[in-house]
Design a protein around this ligand. Structure first.
Ligand code: NA7
Length: 545
């Protein structure tokens, strides 16, 4: 390692990165490039973060592999071969291991190191990180690359602990896999995870009961392997692909769930479409034809019309009319992160699949032999919980993060609601950078494109601090409030604020979490422009000293 060029005083490290997922790996590489002494603390025994833990059947990314990957190294782009257009979990995990070895990151990663507390020491401007096992580390700066969908939301259902069968959690799925053959299986949850897992589990299980609290909108997009020579053709065009991605609103210009929505804006409005035109749309494009109209994102009446048509499209696929009706959502389309699936609706025509519509009677308890609901009891051997995450703020909230003057991050976010400046720093917590904190484009974009921008901005900031001889940087309260107001103004009047939209986007899925839209919907290019301007303006809105 190069000698420390920072001024960390007694701290062992200039920078500690928490988490070895997509963000943390790039962050470590970036700060090592600056010649800083750095390491990653990672609670697992391997790299991958979200893509290490979420290995449930059918786990797949909703962005194309050539865009859901690092753009910063052409060597990596040229040396790594993607085999599928929309990459599956195993391939993404393998990619992250490849990058880790290619950049020789492993030697600076402390595995099995579960950070439990982080405390800022004001006199020395350093952070102390204490682990669950009692170890301590110190650093001038911390980069919390703790993930936005990394803290599982374990539901509070009575009797969960009494279940005598196998209880699986999609977000902590067994490393060795699980064989559903011959099992009666309950899947709870119909977000992206439940929708992806259902068709795959149904193929193996003796019987699958899908417990649905809210019906989902999902857009079929069959995954496929690249044709021979196809990926090589793309690989040769990486500069062009990355340039398009760079200027894309969502950080992904090719096929993905969001681009379908953006392209829909170019289409004619549903409100003026004739009945024949509406039917032709679902005849041609199935359920996608029901949703993708020019006015559905802006006009609630149009959105409701699309939902009715969506129901008709589902009824053309799902043979049982009661099940088909149960699959129609009762919240607006596109107020939650869009889902893409492979054969979801067709699965309900299988004789071994039952949809349990919890709108007709909620879960009362988990019993030793299954799930008891207000509409009857279901005996199962296995329960797969696909119940989501305490997103964006959950990972840091579960730690004890103590900043300047003894303030506690969890308490700050609980009392005032989750807020930060640019999603990068929280006022009161100097020298702590967050990757994709509240108010960053993460939720409504390609996470990898968003995190690369963050890491690069933080790297430039650290270089600036060192060049100027500064020891500390902290977001000001006023800049944080202005940023939160700006982010909130962008979603005013949009479907994202519809009260029926209980989503991880706004924290409504987590009991007790203050309901605030957690993303930034101005698009990555505009976000990048603002971040660059702030840096050029001497880190306006930050106090540096
Ligand atoms: P999501 O999208 O938050 O979905 C979680 C699902 O679990 C959702 O259908 C919830 O119903 C359901 N849920 C949660 N708690 C319960 C209880 N107690 N009973 C019944 N059902 C419950 O998480 P995912 O993991 O699917 O996807 C997260 C993101 O990962 C996704 O957006 C992609 O970006 C990748 P609800 O809707 O709250 O009624």
């Amino acid at each position: 390692m190069p000698a420390a060029t920072g001024s960390s005083g007694t701290a062992e490290h200039d920078v500690i990165v928490v988490g070895a997922g997509f963000s943390g790996l790039y962050a470590l590489h970036k700060v090592r490039e600056l010649g800083l002494r750095a390491c990653i603390l990672e609670r697992a025994d391997a790299v991958g973060g979200t893509w290490l833990y979420n290995r449930y059947p059918g786990a797949r990314c909703d962005i194309e592999s050539v865009e859901y990957s690092y753009s910063f190294s052409d060597e990596i782009q040229q040396e790594w071969t993607w085999t599928e257009v929309l990459p599956g979990q195993a391939e993404i995990e393998a990619y992250l291991n490849f990058v880790t070895d290619r950049l020789d990151l492993r030697r600076d990663i402390h595995f099995h190191t579960d950070v439990a507390a982080m405390t800022f020491d004001e006199p020395t401007s350093t952070w102390q990180l204490d682990t669950a096992a009692g170890e301590s580390f110190t650093a001038r700066f911390v980069i919390a690359a703790t993930g936005i969908l990394s803290t599982p939301l374990v539901p509070d259902i009575a009797g969960m602990g009494s279940f005598a069968g196998d209880a699986l959690f999609s977000s902590r799925y067994p490393r060795e896999g699980y064989d559903f053959t011959g099992k009666r299986v309950a899947v709870i949850g119909t977000g992206s995870t439940g929708v992806q897992a259902t068709p795959v589990v149904a193929e193996q299980a003796e019987h699958l009961y899908l417990f649905q609290r809210s019906a989902a909108y999902t857009m079929p997009a069959s995954p496929r392997a690249y044709e021979p020579g196809e990926f090589e053709g793309l690989q040769a065009r990486y500069p062009e692909i990355r340039a398009a991605q760079h200027s894309s609103f969502i950080g992904a210009a090719r096929l993905n769930a969001f681009s379908a929505l953006l392209q829909a804006m170019e289409r004619p409005p549903i409100k003026t479409a004739t009945r024949e035109e509406q039917l032709a749309a679902i005849e041609e494009r199935g359920v996608n034809g029901a949703l993708l109209w020019g006015d559905v994102l802006f006009d609630m009446e149009a959105n409701r019309m699309a939902t009715v048509l969506y129901g008709e499209a589902i009824a053309r696929i799902v043979e049982d009319p009661v099940t088909a009706a149960s699959l129609v959502p009762d919240h607006p389309f596109a107020c939650k992160r869009p889902i893409i699936d492979d054969g979801y609706y067709e699965t309900f025509n299988r004789p071994n699949v039952t949809l349990v519509d919890l709108r007709k009677g909620a879960i009362r308890s988990v019993t030793p032999t299954g799930i008891d609901t207000e509409q009857g009891a279901y005996e199962v051997d296995t329960i797969l919980y696909a119940t989501g995450f305490d997103a964006i703020t959950g990972a840091l909230s579960r730690l004890r993060v103590i900043g300047r003057d003894g303030i506690d991050l969890h308490e700050t976010w609980t009392a005032g609601g989750p807020a930060s400046y640019l999603g990068i720093q929280v006022a009161g917590f100097p020298n702590l950078f967050t990757i994709q904190g509240p108010g960053s484009p993460s939720a409504s974009s390609n996470f990898v494109a968003a995190l690369e921008q963050h890491v690069e901005w933080i790297g430039d900031c650290l270089a600036h601090l060192r060049a100027q001889g500064y020891r500390s940087i902290e977001a000001t309260e006023s800049a944080q409030m202005e940023w939160a107001d700006h982010a909130a103004s962008l979603v005013q009047g949009s479907i994202l604020l519809e009260p029926s939209c209980n989503s991880w986007y706004n924290g409504a899925n987590v009991p007790g979490k203050k309901r605030v839209y957690l993303g930034y919907t101005g698009g990555i290019p505009e976000y990048r422009r603002r971040c660059t301007e702030i840096a050029a303006d001497g880190y306006a809105g930050f106090k540096v000293c």
